[in-house]
Design a binder for this molecule. Structure first.
Ligand code: EPU
Length: 430
């Protein structure tokens, strides 16, 4: 098991290059299953969720070729089976995208119930099931698997109204509808940048999707998709995490390879807190020279403040003067990390979906645990800002979604490194 050792209290200075968006990549890679021919995907982040998905495709019979660190060629022409590997699929949440992609390709799918980050409540998939059913698939669950099967080989276009604004459902139904007979309309669709990215990817391979990025998406079914080349957008949340890190530690960092528009919701909140953010064409210069001010944050679907930045912004607010309120508006619960921040001296009370954050002068280093991906990012930010040393365990969660986080932070002057934890044999543990 790896753990991170951090000696905090140093401001960050320099430049950081943002990788491709995790939540776009984890949908686009399964979508390669729908393509007849070679799909060349660029700006692929090197993270463990991507490695796992590529492995799942290979197990299905796809040929996967790494062209360089961030470019991969996937050829799924020889894939014949819609049965996916149980052990690999149950490790990640995004394996649910294999259902939409396999339904589109074969009219059937067999995928393990998805795993992924646990926020302390259920992560339902009822809206996905509702969408697939509307397109004419029967969906059943048994023995840990989800089985989906179209009545005929091709699904049938339909109108799908989502009861909740769901990113995963919007992308999954969009994929399934791409090769369905006739037209599909998704209403109350989510509008996140990665939804637009998936639609652009599919359109560049021959799909006919309009309206992605609005709450109504129209898809005219096409018989098949052809190969092509596509580059994934930069990761909004990775960029936001580095912005939050500079806000917490102080210093000045140029965040490179971003789409400033995607960052507006995060930029606005940091400016309210007294952080300077200068926008350029595809970079942001983030500078913090004075004390942080309190603010209130509510997470909402895009273009609202992203839930995937909630733990990171809460961490920054622990150091802001005054009392801030953070309200989670997407998940029922996402505050497991708060106890860990308290270990470092933060003053936070959680009441239902709201965290009441009383700013403190300093955090102090401590041994803490990453409970999930973004909670892990929050632990890194807290440890970088804290006085003294911290040890972060559970870092496999962080590596699911942040490419080379140690290298990127070290190049900004952070004192952080990874060590392999040697587990003592039970007999010696006393
Ligand atoms: N929901 C339902 N029924 C469903 C699906 C969702 O009630 O069938 C509810 C959820 O319980 C939640 C809300 O709808 O309250 C939104 O969930 P959504 O479906 O949008 O989430 P998701 O697709 O499972 C993706 C990201 C998450 C991110 C959310 C919200 C991936 C693989 N995951 O999850 O990312 O928090 O959208 O933006 O894309 C992360 O990157 O750390 C992460 C957890």
């Amino acid at each position: 098991m790896t753990k991170y050792i951090v000696e905090g209290g140093k401001p960050l200075f320099g430049e950081v290059e943002i990788s491709g968006a995790k939540n776009a990549a984890v949908a686009i890679i399964p979508a390669a299953l729908m393509v007849n021919g070679v799909c060349r995907i660029e700006n692929v982040p090197q993270i463990s969720d991507v490695t796992l998905l590529l492995q799942i495709l290979e197990e299905l019979g796809a040929s996967v070729r790494s062209i360089n660190r961030h470019t991969v060629e996937i050829d799924c022409t020889r894939v014949r089976s819609a049965r996916t590997n149980y052990d690999l699929c149950q490790k990640i949440r995004a394996s649910y995208y294999l259902i939409g992609a396999l339904l589109a390709r074969f009219g059937e799918a067999e995928v393990a119930m998805p795993g992924g980050c646990w926020f302390g409540g259920v992560r339902p998939i009822d809206q996905h099931v509702k969408g697939f059913s509307a397109l004419g698939a029967s969906v059943t669950m048994r023995g840990g698997f989800i089985y989906a099967k179209a009545a005929q080989r091709r699904l049938k276009g339909a109108s799908v109204y989502l009861d909740v604004v769901s990113v995963g459902t919007t992308m999954n139904v969009m994929m399934a509808a791409v090769t369905a007979e006739g037209s599909t309309v998704i209403e109350n669709a989510a509008r996140e940048p990665h939804i637009v990215d998936l639609a652009n990817f599919l359109n560049s391979m021959g799909a006919n999707i309009r309206g992605a990025g609005t709450d109504t998406i129209k898809i005219d079914g096409v018989p098949f998709l052809h190969g092509g080349t596509y580059a994934i957008i930069p990761d909004q949340i990775e960029a936001g995490t580095y912005m939050a890190a500079v806000a917490a530690t102080g210093g000045q960092v140029l965040i490179k390879n971003i789409i400033p528009k995607h960052m507006d919701c995060i930029t606005a909140k940091l400016r309210e807190m007294g952080v300077e953010v200068e926008e350029h064409e595809d970079t942001l210069l983030v500078r913090r020279t004075e004390g942080l001010r309190k603010t209130n944050v509510k997470t909402l679907p895009y273009p609202g403040f992203p839930t995937d930045m909630q733990p990171q912004i809460t961490t920054v607010l622990t150091l802001a003067k005054g009392t801030s309120l953070v309200t989670e508006g997407v998940w029922n619960s996402r505050y497991r990390y708060v106890d860990e921040l308290r270990r470092m001296g933060a003053s936070i009370q959680v009441e239902d979906k709201t965290a009441i954050v009383e700013g403190v002068e300093n955090l102090t280093g401590a041994p803490v645990k990453a409970y999930d991906l973004r909670a892990g990012a929050a632990m890194v930010i807290a440890a970088l800002a804290a006085h003294g040393g911290s040890e972060i365990t559970g870092v496999q969660y962080i590596e699911r979604g942040y490419e080379d986080i140690i290298g990127k932070l070290r190049r900004l002057g952070a004192n952080i490194y990874a060590v392999e934890e040697v587990e003592m044999p039970a007999a010696m543990a006393g």
